[in-house]
Design a protein around this ligand. Structure first.
Ligand SMILES: [Zn+2]
Length: 344
């Protein structure tokens, strides 16, 4: 792909504070020579690591977008040691539309990090992040939520990858973020998500889910901001404010396929558990009702695994295949550390 179709008006290598735009060529009927103008901020001072902070990969996930928008306004570049790159609205057309995917190409940015990326507006954004931004970075934090269709407990996330030294640094950063749930996922993601691109480029990949349901949740916004500032402190880029000093209890968690409950048919979902509940395999998960056929009995659903209810569907009406619940399984911290120690 020609990267001339995407260019930055901000120099990621320059010192000081810059807030400008990355331009993605988008020449269409109503806008010859038009561009998508992604907001992009760079803060650089002294010496230290480089971190990329991103939100708005999915346009309907608002806590991360606000956390990074506030950070751009508040950050005093003279106080940092290192470099902070900020993309607060990564898939801008989706952000402006308040939708998961881009209205321009139906592109899901967090499924567009294939190698190579597609020649679409969303694919070009993914390619620019992969080829132009990630190679400059030591750490990448990508902020998400459950979006319009899911409500999600606040959790930080990390891909541990395959390299022991990198996994140790990744786990230390995940732990430092100190979210209520710390999700340490073994290995490298198979899907073309941002984490797969980060690991290809040797960059530590951190993420997180902070709220959802198509709304801005104040408590989840506070957790997202706390994770960002604590990560900057951990990386020794910027000491965190005193309000973030105290550590809270965290539960280490993992995810596997049996943790998901999907709708087997269409209907209205009546859940039998709430966010944060701990449930067991075989326990009732809820019912699907069809008010259009009141003579039919509801379809009973059951959990296939034991875990914490981390995400649940925010919309009542469902189609077959919709995700109704996502559990996260608890895993002792020591077990994660032993798994990392066994890497070579
Ligand atoms: Zn997302």
């Amino acid at each position: 792909m020609s990267l001339a179709s995407v260019w930055s008006e901000v120099d990621p290598g320059a010192m000081g504070r810059q807030v400008g735009r990355i331009r993605v060529e988008h020449s269409v009927h109503r806008s010859a020579y038009g561009t998508i103008a992604l907001p992009f901020a760079v803060f650089a001072n002294g010496t230290g690591p480089t971190v990329l902070l991103m939100a708005g990969s999915h346009g309907d996930e608002y806590e991360g977008q606000l956390a990074l928008t506030r950070l751009i306004r508040r950050l005093d570049v003279s106080r940092i040691q290192g470099r902070i790159l900020v993309l607060p609205a990564a898939n801008l057309p989706a952000v402006v539309a308040g939708r998961r995917t881009s209205p321009l190409d139906d592109g899901n940015l967090n499924r567009s990090f294939g190698d190579p990326c597609a020649e679409t507006p969303t694919g070009r954004i993914a390619a620019f992040i992969t080829e132009e931004l990630l190679p400059c970075c030591d750490v990448f934090l990508d902020l998400h939520s459950g979006g319009s269709s899911l409500r999600h407990l606040s959790c930080s996330y990390a891909d541990l990858g395959e390299n022991r030294a990198q996994a140790e640094r990744t786990f230390a950063a995940l732990e430092a973020m100190n979210a209520p749930l710390s999700w340490a996922q073994a290995g490298t993601p198979a899907a073309p998500v941002a984490g797969s691109a980060a690991l290809r480029k040797g960059v530590i990949h951190l993420s997180g889910e902070f709220g959802g349901g198509g709304a801005l949740n104040r408590a989840d916004l506070q957790v997202a901001e706390r994770c960002v500032w604590r990560l900057l402190d951990h990386l020794r880029i910027l000491p965190m404010a005193e309000e973030w000093w105290a550590t809270n209890p965290t539960r280490f968690v993992f995810n596997e396929q049996a943790h998901f409950t999907y709708a087997p048919c269409e209907g209205v979902f009546e859940p039998a558990a709430d966010l944060g509940d701990t449930v067991s395999a075989g326990q009732p998960a809820g019912h699907l009702h069809r008010p259009e056929c009141p003579e039919d009995p509801p379809v009973a659903l059951h959990f296939a695994a034991t875990g914490i209810v981390a995400a649940m569907r925010a919309m009542g009406r469902c189609l077959p295949g919709d995700c109704l619940f996502q559990l996260l399984g608890e895993i002792p911290r020591d077990q994660i550390l032993r798994r990392i120690a066994a890497m070579d």
